[in-house]
Design a protein around this ligand. Structure first.
Ligand code: SF4
Length: 450
């Protein structure tokens, strides 16, 4: 059968702010770039508007990517697509973590990276020989894989529709945190894109800012310093307003690389401090140890190079009592962090953490996947009640994302920059906290709080 067109769908996430969605559909852009030129391809992002199902027909192939929290929405989309007679492929985090659930309702389920399986699926569907499950966990080298094509860039028109372009430079993480899904989705082998391909992509997308989706970009400071130094030297030559990446706190131990990062226009590092509670050590996976004096030293070390620090904290770890909310908030206020994110510990399917909770009867019954958004309590905490964790989380979010609190962190971040940088850094000094504020309030109103 000839495939009529390929449509890739991103289920609704955080809605829009002033007409634009938050982040570009980067994974789908890369998968769309693997579709052969002779087959028309489209990306439909539900954050940008209703999905035009009436444009689908029996010869169309529809791919849906979904995280755990949006899988129910993905399932509804799949049902609507199948009513039009099109073939539905579902991939992404949830399909990778728990494929046996997705195979119940998708025509084709994709486990792992789709760089190799997606072109195969297109061929198999065209030849009417497709299977219902494709598994790829060989962790392809990233050289030349799924480079964004011009037709995809024109179709998505990132500048018009999205606030933040996403980007990937490295992939994988060799650590083994027992709550983490990234290692199953992206693998434990750290892989790197060739630097010339990265630079080429930035230039062709004409982006001045980007958010790196790499799970643990900062770990490369220790494991691949030569690659990182060359990457920063290449980025320094571009006219960028700034970019952000995720890192462990140990990046503060590499002043030479931080100096290069500053010249490479690195704006902010999202650092997983995880907890201010030293009794959570076992849960922190060796990345941080709940030592707040050490955290402050690292924040200062990063600030010394003009780079902002967004602190990431997890609440509800087994060592946490109800005191954790106030002690975390005290630390945030004293620490000079530029922005802050709080999440509730969440036992995602396929993780060691979930197996432990299941074994000890700690998962709350009948919780829909849509509440697995790290803003809801889906398990019984060890040293407080479900209600105490929920209220504590709501309390700390109200403190942190109060407009006065956002303004004070934003101005402080801006004042650390030389005057000539103010215009360039104005947006980014406030945008991270504003984004978190929007996400928290969107989730409260869209799915209700528990
Ligand atoms: S360091 Fe981060 S990405 Fe790596 S396993 Fe731990 S949580 Fe996952």
């Amino acid at each position: 059968m000839d495939i009529g067109k390929v449509v890739l769908i991103y289920p609704e996430r955080d809605g829009r702010i002033w007409g634009k969605a938050q982040g570009s559909p980067y994974t789908l852009m890369r998968l769309a770039s693997l579709v052969p030129d002779e087959i028309p391809v489209e990306i439909w992002d539900q954050d940008l508007g209703p999905l035009p199902f009436d444009r689908l027909g029996p010869r169309d192939l529809v791919g849906i990517t979904s995280k755990t929290l949006s899988i129910e929405r993905a399932r509804q989309i799949a049902a609507a697509v199948r009513r039009r007679g099109s073939t539905v492929v579902v991939g992404g985090t949830h399909a990778t973590l728990i494929p046996e659930e997705v195979t119940q309702w998708a025509d084709i389920t994709v486990v792992g990276e789709a760089y190799r399986t997606w072109p195969q699926i297109i061929r198999d569907v065209a030849n009417q020989t497709a299977n219902n499950l494709y598994v790829d966990q060989q962790w392809s080298r990233l050289d030349g894989v799924a480079c964004l094509t011009d037709r995809v860039l024109e179709m998505v028109d990132e500048h018009r529709h999205y606030w933040t372009p996403y980007m990937e430079i490295t992939r994988g993480c060799p650590r083994d945190c027992h709550f983490c899904t990234a290692i199953q989705v992206s693998g434990k082998i750290m892989r790197h894109r060739p630097i010339d391909e990265v630079i080429d992509e930035i230039e062709r997308r004409r982006i001045k800012r980007f958010f790196l989706t790499d799970d643990n970009f900062g770990l490369n400071f220790r494991t691949h310093p030569e690659y990182i130094a060359k990457l920063f030297e290449a980025l320094a030559k571009l006219n960028l307003n700034g970019w952000t990446a995720q890192a462990e706190m140990m990046v503060g131990e590499f002043p030479e690389l931080l100096a290069l990062a500053q010249r490479a226009h690195l704006d902010k590092l999202f650092v997983g401090f995880e907890s201010v509670n030293a009794s959570n050590r076992r849960d922190l996976g060796g990345k941080s140890k709940g030592n707040v004096a050490e955290y402050k030293r690292i924040i200062q070390a990063i600030h010394r190079h003009g780079i902002g620090v967004v602190g990431l904290f997890v609440l509800g770890l087994d060592g946490d009592t109800i005191d954790v909310f106030e002690s975390t908030w005290d630390f945030v206020r004293e620490s000079e962090l530029d922005a802050v994110s709080f999440t509730i510990m969440t036992p995602y399917p396929g993780t060691e953490l979930r197996r432990e909770y299941e074994e000890h009867g700690r998962l709350l019954p009948n919780v829909p996947w849509s509440l697995y958004d790290t803003a809801h309590v889906v398990f019984r905490p060890a040293q407080m009640t479900v209600e105490q964790l929920r209220r504590g989380y709501d309390w700390i979010c109200r403190q942190a994302y109060h407009p006065a609190s956002i303004a004070s962190r934003g101005w402080r971040a801006l004042r650390r920059q030389p005057l000539r940088q103010y215009r360039r850094r104005m947006f980014s000094s406030f945008s991270t906290d504003m984004g978190y504020r929007k996400t928290v309030s969107y989730r409260e109103t869209s799915v209700g709080n528990r």
